[in-house]
Design a protein around this ligand. Structure first.
Ligand code: HEC
Length: 168
């Protein structure tokens, strides 16, 4: 592909990401599913799962980045660590980076050698709520889990399925 082609593709990718983030890109989904994705995005950004842990000060820049104010998320949410709705790599309070969630839904389940078990996407979400947010993890089959999984799947739409694979 020539340079212009690459630039065109990059622009299209960015436009798609912007559409996804605003929810417009779900027009093709059945409305009920699109609503689950939209609720998932909302939970991802705003739900603290009952936690009263406040994001540390330097996470404020991440909020500014995603167009949300620190006041908006008084307590920990997914978005504090997984900035930009999970579309770009995340950042922890100590400045360490974590992979984006672009293809997370396509690489689970994974095997954890540390805990000698298979970790599903739902396990990972529960883990992040328990240890990252310090909140009450959503039930496996509950509506909140369904919405979050729907949202993460929407981020991974079009990504290569790679069970047990690497994160982007
Ligand atoms: C305090 C920071 C923090 C918060 C808050 C957080 N996570 Fe994570 N998340 C991580 C870290 C660090 C990893 C990397 C793997 C690990 O240590 O579990 C991760 C990994 C993941 C992964 C697997 C992809 C990867 O990069 O390993 C998914 C999916 C995920 N998080 C979803 C969520 C969701 C959904 C929420 C909100 C319910 C959330 N996370 C909240 C820190 C966080």
């Amino acid at each position: 592909m020539d340079k212009r082609g690459i630039a065109r593709r990059a622009r299209r990718g960015l436009a798609a990401a912007a559409l996804m983030w605003t929810g417009v890109g779900y027009a093709a989904l059945p409305p009920v599913l699109a609503q689950a994705v939209a609720r998932g995005a909302h939970i991802f950004k705003d739900d603290s799962f009952g936690s009263h842990v406040r994001p540390v000060a330097n996470a404020a820049s991440a909020f500014a980045d995603m167009g949300s104010s620190p006041v908006h998320a008084r307590f920990m949410t997914c978005a504090v660590c997984h900035v930009h709705g999970g579309l770009t790599r995340g950042v922890l309070a100590d400045g360490r980076h974590i992979p984006s969630l672009r293809n997370a839904a396509a690489v689970f389940p994974r095997y954890s050698a540390k805990s000698h078990r298979i970790v599903t996407l739902e396990d990972q979400i529960q883990h992040c709520v328990k240890d990252g947010i310090k909140g009450r993890p959503p039930a496996f089959q509950g509506a909140t889990m369904v919405d979050l999984v729907s949202y993460l799947k929407s981020l991974a739409a079009g990504q290569r399925m790679a069970i047990g694979g690497a994160f982007k």
